[in-house]
Design a protein around this ligand. Structure first.
Ligand code: ADP
Ligand code: ZN
Ligand code: ZN
Length: 728
């Protein structure tokens, strides 16, 4: 009898599929990847189980086409974590599993990991090839000192000898050379010293270490609330030191934008001889696959949200830096929060999870206040002289704007320039201007596919939609009335750069936003700023993150008022975090920093707390408000999103969905409404909010409800469930 495999496939169906494993295809185990027929196509799937029989009729059972034994099987840990995600996010297990794999591994095309390195094996280290095989002996000797690359061996016409050594078991092809510092390759003493070559811990860091080091080795969540510059990174590094000394691995999750080559370098320098792997969207498919395949052997995996699923059999610590950052939440497909999955993973592996932020999410902070997470506070900057900056407000009700700037703001820039210090100007709107405007008929550059304005990008002479990617040339005249005199409406970073250049002609200005930053540009920018080649940095929130520029003493914040009275209940939480972060860029070394914020609402409580650098105070205020309004984190939410060609169809789907909702005293189902961005890329979007104070009740509710949604007719273009939604 050939065994029956239960296979998870990337389909919207919440079920696994049975296949027969014909003889001679190789061995499989749970976690193996296989290629199977599905409908008229073929798919790669993951084996969940092996059975001796199936409920499917024998003549309807289909055969596995191929066992993809050219790649490792997923581990039991990975399967377990995927199962958690499938349950928690109400997403099909097969789709979860395939969503977590790097693209090249889930492609059935024969896959060969690149193995460009020839290394001596354990046996090869002591073996004595026959004396007459001179060339082999010489090559093996060389390998004992250092691995050799295939291309250089070929160039030296050593290919035949290499193959002979491999056949004898004395050498093997590897995807990368073993680094120093593993058990069989101890790092030279000179390198080891470097790992301890870090400044003595501050007293707050020491207190944190005293709490954290004894807690290694078992699951618990620790929330480090540390003001910017308080030395959180240094603290993670010391914890990682301890974990590595124990022969374990550390997983460090960082926000999408923060993964700069500098951070990677910092980790590599700090752990010389250790294997530091990275995983992020900036890597090509090939590197991503290699680093994934190499994850089981690495010491530290530094990566963005997708790395939370990487195979790490010796996991000893999970760190989530900037844990409040919205980029940890995936906004399509499997809409997971990498922070929350990291906590689930820590729990499953029984290892500690350390969350760090200067402005923790209210979700995490509430857990810490209630004692479920352990709160560790770093209230002082690590470098003694570095004081927190003074924050001043420029009241736009009394002080006029000229091209988006006030007189006091301009004066502060000029003064900073005169002192040969650097400034940062923060405007969270890229492009030249948020819209193009016709003064005669009030046409305001609508996107033909979205309920949004096309943004004016003057350098590329185009109008672009930041939501659907639509773009077009700047029209020579108003498309609606023919008026040739179109005006730029409002300020974007490009226009701000232009204004500043005109007003401060001697200043060297650099702009940072998604339009200017290519992956490698960060390193170059960092050098330029450190080298004093830049006087003013203009940019979006991209520039708020992760950089440490000692000569930056002024931060200017323009136009944040939209968020103060936004319908999005998280807008003020997010704005506060952003402003704290930008403010944290000013005055990091020995020079005092200054922050100027232009606002028409200087009396808003957010600014009062910001001026006192009082995150805990503002967090308590916001939490009190959330509690009163029964909003997260005091309730849990699930959003049912619907997209259809017409708004009527989208709403009809949601009305039907609401009618099918199970009865539950603990769960509230709100009315269906058009989404705040009602139209994107020619689809109308509507949503239905479900909310409960009881997490488990909500889970059970959705578990019963979801299968009903599949039965709704007529079908619409797309619907999805978003558990713990961040964006509405
Ligand atoms: P955070 O991540 O909290 O913003 P960092 O870890 O980046 O802070 O540290 C901020 C600055 O303080 C860095 O320049 C870092 O080198 C320095 N620093 C951190 N810990 C110490 C320490 N114990 N003694 C001296 N300098 C420190
Ligand atoms: Zn017009
Ligand atoms: Zn659009």
């Amino acid at each position: 009898m050939s065994p029956i495999l239960q296979v998870a496939l990337d389909t919207p169906l919440h079920q696994a599929f049975d296949y027969r494993l014909p003889e001679g295809l190789g061995t499989v185990q749970p976690g193996s990847l296989v290629e199977v027929p599905f409908g008229r196509a073929r798919q790669v799937g993951v084996v969940l189980n092996l059975h001796s029989d199936s409920a499917v009729h024998a003549h309807r059972l289909r055969d596995v086409i191929r066992v993809l034994d050219d790649r490792p099987a997923l581990s039991a840990d990975t399967l377990r974590l995927a199962q958690f995600c499938a349950d928690y996010y109400h997403y099909p297990l097969g789709a979860v599993l395939l969503a977590t794999l790097p693209p090249r591994l889930k492609n059935a095309a024969p896959f060969a990991a690149d193995t460009p390195w020839l290394v001596a094996t354990e046996a090869g280290r002591t073996a004595e090839p026959p004396a007459r095989a001179k060339a082999q002996r010489a090559l093996l000797d060389a390998l004992r000192t250092a691995p050799q690359r295939r291309d250089s061996l070929r160039a030296q016409k050593q290919g035949r000898h290499a193959n002979a050594l491999v056949a004898a078991g004395w050498a093997a092809w590897a995807s990368r050379p073993p680094d120093f510092g593993t058990a069989d390759h101890p790092a030279p003493a000179s390198l080891r010293e470097a790992t301890t070559n870090s400044p003595p811990a501050t007293s707050e860091q020491q207190a944190a270490l005293d709490a954290l080091l004894p807690a290694l080795g078992r699951f618990a969540v620790h929330l480090i609330h540390g003001v910017t510059g308080s030395g959180k990174t240094e603290l993670y590094l010391r914890l990682i030191d301890a974990v590595l000394a124990d022969g374990k691995q550390a997983l460090v999750l960082i926000p999408e934008i923060a993964l700069t080559p500098q951070l990677e370098q910092h980790f590599r320098r700090r752990f010389p001889g250790r294997r530091v792997n990275t995983l992020h969207s900036g890597l090509g498919e090939k590197d991503r696959t290699e680093n994934w395949l190499g994850a089981p052997d690495c010491d530290v995996l530094l990566g963005t949200r997708l790395s939370v699923f990487a195979p790490l059999p010796r996991l000893g610590l999970v760190v989530v830096d900037e844990e409040h950052d919205a980029s940890f939440k995936q906004q399509d497909g499997l809409r997971y929060s990498a922070r929350d999955v990291a906590i689930a993973r820590g729990k499953q592996a029984n290892v500690p999870v350390v969350l760090g932020s200067a402005t923790p999410s209210l979700e995490s902070y509430a857990q810490a206040l209630s004692g479920r997470y352990r709160l560790i506070a770093l209230t002082q900057r690590a470098i003694r002289q570095a004081r927190l900056p003074d924050i001043e407000l420029v009241d736009l009700k009394h002080i006029p704007l000229d091209n988006g700037l006030t007189r006091p703001a301009l004066t502060a820039l000029a003064e900073t320039l005169a002192r040969d210090e650097q400034s940062l100007v923060f405007l969270n709107r890229r492009g030249y201007a948020p819209a193009l405007y016709c003064p005669s008929c009030a046409w305001v550059s609508p996107c033909p596919r979205c309920s949004a304005r096309l943004v004016l990008h003057r350098t590329s002479h185009r109008l672009k939609c930041h939501h659907c990617g639509f773009e077009t040339r700047i029209p020579p005249e108003c498309p609606s009335c023919g008026n040739p005199d179109l005006k730029a409406l409002g300020q974007g970073t490009q226009r701000l750069e232009e204004t500043l250049a005109a007003l401060l002609p001697t200043a060297r200005i650099r702009r940072i936003d998604r339009d200017t930053m290519r992956p490698r540009a960060w390193a170059e920018l960092g050098e330029a700023v450190h080298g004093g080649e830049v006087d003013i940095l203009v940019g979006t929130q991209m520039l708020a993150k992760g950089h440490d520029f000692p000569n930056m003493t002024l931060a200017l914040i323009l136009d944040t008022d939209g968020a103060l009275y936004s319908p999005d209940f998280r807008a003020t939480e997010r704005l506060f975090a952003q402003l704290m972060q930008v403010a944290g860029r000013a005055g990091r070394a020995d020079k005092p920093g200054r922050v100027l914020i232009q606002t028409a609402f200087p009396d808003h409580p957010l600014f009062r707390y910001l001026q006192r650098h009082d995150y805990p105070g503002y967090a308590r205020d916001l939490l009190a408000e959330r509690k009163q309004l029964e909003l997260p984190p005091f309730t849990r939410q699930v959003l049912l999103r619907a997209e259809a060609v017409t708004m009527d169809a989208a709403l009809a789907f949601l009305h039907r969905a609401a009618a099918l909702a199970p009865d539950s005293a603990e769960v509230s189902v709100f009315g269906a409404t058009p989404a705040p961005m009602a139209r994107v890329a020619n689809l109308e979007r509507a949503q239905l909010l479900i909310q409960s104070a009881q997490r488990l009740a909500l889970q059970a509710f959705v578990r019963d409800w979801r299968p009903q949604l599949d039965t709704i007719r007529p079908r619409i273009a797309r619907w999805s469930l978003d558990v713990d939604p961040l964006v509405f």
